[in-house]
Design a protein. Sequence first.
Length: 169
Amino acid sequence: PADGTRLLRHLLDYLRSTMPASTQGATLGDEADLVASYLAIVAIRMSGQLQVEIDVPPSLRSQPCPPLTLATLVENAVRHGIAPAPAGGTIAIQARRDAEVLELTVADTGVGIAGAADANPGGTGIGLANVRARLRALHGNAASLTIAGNVPNGVRAVIRLPCTDVAAR
C-alpha cells in the first residue's frame, strides 16, 4: 500500500508537469521535474534496481528546452538500457553550460547499444529522430544530439543547444 500511494503521487506529479509542456515552451526546470517524476515511478516498479542521479544547477532551470526532449532520452535509457539489464542500473542526468551552449547529458549503465535487442547503432529510432527534428526546427545547425557508448557500459546521449537566457550565467 505505501508503494501504491507513492506511485500514485509520482504519477500525478508526472501528469501535472506534462500538461504545461504540451501547450507552451518548456524550461529545463520543467523537463527536469518531469523526468524526476517519471523516474520515481519507474524506480518503484523496478523494486530498487534503478538508481537515479539528477544534476541540474538552479541557474540553468530557466533555460528554454524543447518539450519532452530530455524525457524522450530518459525513456529510451529506461526502455533500451536499464530494463533489459538483469541487475538494473543507474541513469544520470546532467546539465552544464559551456559559454553560450547548454549541454544536457543522459547516461545509463544498462546493456548498451550492442546489448539492446532492438538496437539501432548510432541512435536512429523514432524517438531520437523526433528529438533531432525538434532541435533542428528550433535551432537549425546550432543544436545537436549525439549517441555513444558509456564507459564502462551503457549509453550516453548528449544534446547541445544554444543558451538563450544570457541572464542565467
